[in-house]
Structure formats: C-alpha cells, structure tokens
Design a protein around this ligand. Structure first.
Ligand code: F0G
Length: 461
C-alpha cells in the first residue's frame, strides 16, 4: 500500500508531513486540529496534480470480495476499505483485531412507540473491545507501529483506554492510560488492566486527564492516541462506508451520534463526504449530535452563538463515557453539523435511562452514552425535524456489558433520584414500569415459581 496522504490544519490550512506533526496534534501556528487529506479528497490536496479518483463500482466489488478472504486485513471492517485510508506504507505494520463489520439492526418496538416507520441501529458496540473506538484505534496504532514508537498513551472515559490497551498489547507496544478516578464504568477499567496497560487513575475529571497526557507527550517519545490524532478518524470514518453498503447504497435521511469529546461525528461526516465526492452516493445524511444535559457544551454553544464559541462546562452525567466538559474536537463537530444540516440536542438522565431500557428490550442493548441517540431522536421527531417516513440510523457506540452496574441499578429502581423520576411524563412513567425487570428472589419450590409465572402471564406485553 502506497501512503499518499497529507496532513492539513483545519484552521490555517497549513500542510505538515507525518514526521513533523506536533506530538499533541495541534498546529504550531494556530492551535487547531489536523485532518488527513488525499489526492481525491473533498477540497483536494495541494500540489497533487491530476490524480485519478478510485473507481466506485470497482471499489464496491473489491470491498465485498475481501469479506471472503482469509487475510486478516481483508477480514477487518476497517482495512477492507484500505483503498480510502492509505495511511501506512507497509501493511505488515497493521495491527488488527478484525474490528468493524458490525451489524445494522432495526428497532421495531422503539419505532412503533415513537410513531415512525423505522429506526435502524448500527451497533459499534459489537467490536472486539465492545466500542466504536476499535475502528479508530487500529488505524492510529498501526501508524504508531510504523513510526517506531514503543509507548502509546491516552486520556479516557474508559472506552478509548480499553481499545488502546488491547491494540497496543497485540502490537507488542506498551501503553499508559489516564482515567478519572471513580468516574468510569468497571467493565472498561477491567479491560485496560486485562490488556496489560499501565492504568493511572488521576484524582481529576476527564478534562484534567487530557491536560496531563498532553504535557507528557510533548516531552517524551510517547504517541498520543486520543481522537485529536487525525489517524484515529480515518478508521472511525469506515462505519459510514459499511452502513451504506448494508443499506445497498441508499442514504438514510438521518444519522444520530452521541457527542462527548466530539470527534466521532466529524469522522462519520468525513466518511459520507468522501463517498459523495467519489460519486458513490448522491447526497449526505443529516448528522445530528446528542449530548447529555449534564455535559452539554456543544448544545449550549449551538444555542447561544451558533457554534462560533464554546465555553467549557463542569460535566456531570451517569453516561460516564460522555462526561466531558471541554471537548477537543468541537469545531470539527460544528463543521459536521453545518455541512450536513444536522442538529445538536441535549437529553436528561431520565430520558437516557428510558431509551437505554428500550434498546435493551429490543434484544440489542447498549451502554448509557449510546442510548442518548434514541432519547435525542424522540426530540427530533416530536417537532417534525425527523419525519415519520424518514430513515434514522442510531450509532450505538458501546456494548451494554461495559456498564452493567448502571443497568442493574435501573432495573432495581435505584438509578434515578426522586426528582429525576418526577420529570417523566405519564407515558414515560408507564414505559419505565413496563420495562423495569428487577430480579425476583424465590424459594426453590415449583409452587412459588408457578405463582410468579401466573402473575407475569396476567401482565399484558
Ligand atoms: N459513546 C461512547 C460509548 C464513548 O465512549 C464516547 C467517547 C462517545 C460516545 C463520544 O464520542 O468523544 O467522539 O464524541 N469516549 C471517549 C473515551 C472520550 O475516552 O472512551 P466522541
């Protein structure tokens, strides 16, 4: 694979070469983040000259063919699309856990409850470490291997650290993760230990962890794997390709993503924009971003000044994955909203809990941060921004097992405060009581089991 990319600053448009990029992935002149561009990219590549774009029908055929291959990089749902992410010179440097190739489900009960024809869910929690981070990690970690790094690092609310630790272990690299003490789900914490990372719990929040890791990488030869690393986004754009493939190249009207550090929304927007640029689709879906009301700096920024400025907030939500007050990639997220015509919404803790239970009851499940998508879709449907016949795809970013503590507390009725419960409407309250399935403790005799079963049979489904 010939690496033909350039790295361009999203602020001042300056280009840098791979080995000259600052270790914190911030432009030395203007402080903005970078993006990867190719000769055929939207906006072109300065000095590239005439370069023929990849042929759409040949690509479609090739991507399907690779699914039946026994080669690891063909089986990967990221590297299967490697023609559109030529970021490493030597494919031997690619570290893959066969990420991607995640299912696209429908959510018929949630759609019915919402009064719309259909809702689809692209389940990125069905990746090797249980979150969408794997698609980005395989890309950026492979670059770290090619550049000869021995150590990689990230700050994380839990999923990035799990993914980084796993891919670093596969590649034989060492990893150090910074996580906010006591603020991440146990499933995620256990993963970084299991995969052998040096796990550092800092007495601060995620935003404080980011500051520390940035200082560290500026002074030590350690490769930063947070989503400010533009190579991460090259992997994270591929679910857009896969989704279109799964929909027979029809474009959904809406794609709904959770917003935390605010990189994934722009990665998906880049993927769709590249598909359009190459003539594989005729239009873009609207990409909407949903934040938890307790961690809503982008929502506030869009409301207050149309996304021109962002004031950090002190973040607090039980959806710990997106408990972020000072998101690094907010300008990229604003660009994704504006270029696709999407919206930013906020949802309450009660709304998140209900949406998560609904997704669970579909036999699919997801972690709390992913459930904001369904909660947000309800708001978009309520005021007609999403029409009853339009297709909305929720990006479910993480697996339900990541945070089983949250799920158990919800079903036992121990999650929400009295005040939060009181915010629910009459119909929401009815849904909560229908969805809550606390475990039943019985004596081990058939009579008591049958009595309980009889009671349950009397409850309408
Ligand atoms: N959903 C989940 C499950 C996440 O783990 C994250 C981010 C997001 C959504 C938000 O994505 O940051 O691109 O807007 N988790 C990061 C982490 C911050 O450290 O695992 P984003």
């Amino acid at each position: 694979m010939i690496s033909t990319h350039q790295i361009r600053c999203t602020g001042c448009a300056a280009s840098v070469s791979g080995d000259r990029i600052p270790a914190n992935f911030r432009c030395a002149d203007c402080g903005s983040l970078f993006e990867i561009v190719y000769p055929w990219s939207v906006g072109g590549l300065a000095g590239a000259g005439a370069v023929s774009a990849p042929n759409p029908s040949a690509l479609r055929w090739l991507w399907q063919e690779r699914r039946t291959s026994s080669l690891a990089i063909d089986q990967s749902g990221v590297w299967r699309f490697r023609d559109l992410l030529p970021i490493v010179q030597n494919t031997d440097h690619i570290t893959t856990l066969r990420e991607g190739n995640t299912p696209l489900y429908d959510l018929p009960r949630a759609a019915k409850a919402l009064g719309i024809h259909w809702i689809l869910a692209k389940h990125q929690g069905m990746n090797p470490t249980g979150s969408f981070k794997d698609t980005g990690m395989t890309a950026a970690l492979s670059v770290a291997v090619e550049r000869g790094f021995q150590w990689v690092a990230c700050a994380s609310t839990g999923n990035t650290s799990a993914a980084m630790a796993a891919y670093a272990a596969r590649a034989g690299l060492r990893s150090i993760v910074f996580i906010p003490e006591g603020k991440i789900a146990w499933g995620k914490l256990s993963q970084s230990m299991d995969y052998g990372a040096l796990t550092v719990q800092l007495r601060t929040d995620f935003d404080g962890c980011v500051k520390m890791v940035n200082e560290l990488v500026m002074t030590h030869p350690i490769y930063l794997l947070n989503s400010v690393n533009p190579y991460r986004l090259e992997g994270q754009k591929t679910p857009a390709f896969e989704l279109l493939e799964q929909m027979d190249w029809q474009v959904p009207e809406h794609v709904i993503v959770p917003g935390g550090n605010l990189a994934n929304s722009s990665a998906l927007a880049k993927g769709f924009a590249e598909m359009k640029q190459l003539g594989m689709i005729a239009r873009m879906p609207r990409i909407s971003i949903i934040q938890a009301a307790g961690a809503n700096p982008l929502y506030r920024s869009m409301q207050e000044n149309g996304g021109t400025e962002l004031t950090p907030v002190k973040a607090d939500t039980r959806a710990t994955a997106i408990r972020i007050g000072d998101p690094a990639s907010w300008r990229k997220a604003v660009a994704a909203l504006q270029s696709t015509g999407g919206w930013c919404e906020e949802v309450s803790e009660q709304e998140i809990a209900l949406a998560k239970a609904q997704i669970g009851a579909e036999g699919i499940g997801c972690e709390p941060a992913s459930a904001v998508t369904l909660a947000g879709l309800k708001k978009l449907v309520a005021d007609g921004r999403v029409g009853t016949e339009e297709r909305a795809v929720l990006i479910l970013t993480g697996l339900n097992l990541k945070d089983s503590d949250y799920t158990i507390k919800y079903h036992r009725g121990e999650l929400l405060t009295v005040e939060e419960e009181a915010e629910a409407s009459v119909s929401e309250r009815a849904m909560h009581s229908q969805l809550r399935k606390p475990p039943v403790v019985l004596d081990a005799n058939l009579d008591s089991i049958l009595r309980t079963l009889d009671e349950q049979m009397a409850v309408p489904v």
